[in-house]
Write a protein that binds this ligand. Structure first.
Ligand code: DHE
Length: 557
């Protein structure tokens, strides 16, 4: 089970490897948010033998296809197109569908989550045509990234000795929000009390999530290009103090949270190569790189295993690391030399996003492909339940509250249907409901990505970001915990899609993003649901996730 992966030795192993590095460089330079130098651009296209007529791409088109696929498609369909959140796209099947059908799908999307890339203006008809032909060709083989290269990328901008030993800001830094400006490759640090922007910092390309260190002093940002950025909130103005790149493609990062290990280590999980990297938490000095096992829970040997969600336990020196394609949750022990995987827990395929129950003992993680949530007990280190919740669950980190009838519950929304599934999450005092769906709440449409609540809030908020109907995608809803029913839905944005929620530290205000080029942050009073403020500034380019320091450090959701 702990067999090492087939590591791709060196970046120039194949012609196609060069193509993919080039593809990343294209994406990066378009955003201007990275210092990647665009090395090793090889322009030789993959073999065109046996392709149906009219499918073959010239070198330039192939490069464009590889770049677009990596940026827009690989996250759901897999780098090697074996599928995960989206279905597999194997060349033979794609050839059977043919260019015209594929063009229509890429243009118009499909119910269940495939975005209308053409119709929504992300791809021109020419680009749609290139993608329809690209997916009929063999995928290029991506390059590796070894320890020497990772070390080379390490940039310690401010040594620990030169950093303050107490907060230098007079602001309430525990109520700061890190706001992702996705397409700008930047993060804005906002004061949750005054709503002022206190810093605007460069991060990795198409920055994906932020996590707070255990003390809350540091934010870790992860770019899709694998760049980790360490942001110090104790300096007079939040400052980037270190950067490093441990993956070519990544979505997750977290710190060590057990007492005695606060802020000590950081883990980065890669979508590619098949590895995780552990860094010193204060400097991002690379300490270890470990391959992930490639065997699936069904005993299959896989070519692609990506690291999806990572959760840092508060009660043991471990990270729970969800291995998307293989269906295992790997337990990485950071108290041991070289940070090994000490246990592989069978969960379900394909794993995506998830979070803790209110006690922090259970990690509930969505298995999109199987329409289930897998519940992992991090005390006894075993899977305790597989819950059928609905089509393509997507909880973000989920939501925890006390239901008037069923006691402590958790919930997930779904990409594939308009439903919030609420399930019992208290095996100790309410064993009869534990890990069973106790309520199903109908939402106006499919396409929800996130739900969120706070202990001090009477509501659970849901978005519908990927809804095919544009009005639904701009709408948000609130569910009443006490009345156990949907309270209200309304159109929140004029133009972009509404996405992701975050509470302030006190749990009295909720921030929502209007995800568009000229984006907005919309702030509501949680109790009255009245809009308090709408921030629209030129620098608010494609705001997506928002992370409150206190809530993120303490896993409040
Ligand atoms: Fe995410 C969480 C992967 C698309 C915004 N997203 C996650 C996690 C994973 C993941 C594995 C859990 C991380 C963790 O907890 O450690 N996301 C992916 C994809 O593979 C996917 C489907 C396609 C891709 O190519 O990346 C994808 N994600 C998106 C988006 O399109 C979103 C809406 C905006 C963006 O970044 O492009 C988006 N994902 C987020 C956010 C979170 C997230 C804001 C964290 C939610 C939280 O509250 O913790």
């Amino acid at each position: 089970m702990f067999k090492p992966t087939r590591r791709f030795a060196g970046v120039a192993r194949t012609v196609a490897a060069g193509l993919l590095v080039g593809a990343f460089a294209l994406g990066v330079s378009a955003c201007g948010g990275s210092d990647d130098d665009g090395e090793k651009k090889d322009t030789t296209a993959a073999s065109t033998a046996d392709l149906p007529e009219g499918v073959a791409l010239n070198d330039e088109e192939f490069k464009k296809g590889a770049d677009t696929f990596f940026r827009q498609c690989a996250g759901c369909h897999g780098t090697l197109r074996v599928g995960a959140t989206g279905p597999p796209l194997q060349p033979k099947d794609m050839q059977q569908r043919g260019t015209t059908v594929l063009e229509s799908i890429i243009t118009n999307g499909l119910p269940g989550g495939m975005p209308p890339w053409g119709k929504a203006g992300f791809l021109t008809p020419e680009e749609v045509n290139i993608m329809a032909r690209f997916v009929q060709m063999d995928p290029p083989e991506p390059p590796g990234l070894d320890m020497d290269e990772i070390k080379e990328s390490w940039d310690l901008k401010i040594p620990v000795a030169d950093r303050p030993t107490a907060p230098q800001t007079t602001r309430n830094w525990q109520n700061f929000f890190g706001v992702i400006l996705r397409d700008a490759g930047k993060v804005a640090i906002m004061d949750g009390d005054t709503k002022e922007r206190v810093a605007l910092l460069n991060t990795g390309y198409a920055v994906h999530i932020l996590r707070s260190s255990a003390t809350g002093r540091y934010f870790y940002a992860i770019g899709r290009d694998g760049k980790v950025t360490l942001i110090d909130l104790w300096t007079k103005k939040p400052t980037t103090v270190a950067e490093v790149k441990g993956c070519i493609d990544a979505r997750s990062v977290d710190g060590s949270k057990l007492k005695g290990f606060e802020d000590k280590y950081v883990i980065e999980g890669c979508y590619w190569p098949m590895q995780y990297v552990v860094y010193d938490g204060l400097t991002l000095e690379p300490l270890a790189v470990q391959d992930v096992p490639t065997e699936s829970i069904d005993g299959e040997d896989l070519d692609e295993v990506r690291i999806a969600a990572i959760a840092a336990s508060h009660s043991a020196p471990v990270w729970a690391v969800a291995l998307k394609e293989s269906g295992y949750v790997a337990i990485v022990d950071y108290s041991k030399p070289d940070f090994p995987i000490t246990k592989m827990i069978k969960a379900q395929r394909f794993l995506h996003d998830g979070g803790f129950d209110s006690t922090g003992r259970f990690f509930a993680i969505a298995a999109n492909e199987k329409d289930q949530i897998a519940v992992i007990d991090l005390k006894d280190m075993e899977r305790v339940a597989l819950i059928d919740t609905g089509r393509k669950p997507h909880p973000g980190r989920g939501a925890n509250w006390v239901d008037p009838k069923y006691g402590p519950v958790m919930a997930t929304t779904h990409m594939g249907e308009g439903k919030m599934a609420i399930y019992g999450a208290d095996p100790k005092n309410h064993p009869q409901y534990a890990w069973k769906v106790v309520r199903e709440i109908k939402l106006p449409s499919a396409g929800t990505l996130f739900l969120k609540t706070h202990d001090n809030s009477p509501w659970v908020w849901t978005d519908a970001t990927l809804a095919t109907n544009e009005k639904d995608a701009r709408s948000i809803c609130v569910y009443s915990k006490q009345k156990a029913k949907l309270h209200k839905c309304w159109v929140a944005t004029k133009d972009g899609r509404g996405v992701h929620f975050e509470y302030n530290k006190q749990g009295t205000q909720v921030w929502v993003s209007n995800w568009t080029n000229k984006g907005e942050l919309i702030i509501y009073d949680d109790k009255s649901l009245k809009e308090l403020k709408r921030i629209r500034e030129p620098w608010l380019v494609t705001p997506t996730g928002k992370f409150n320091v206190f809530n993120t450090a303490h896993d409040v959701y």
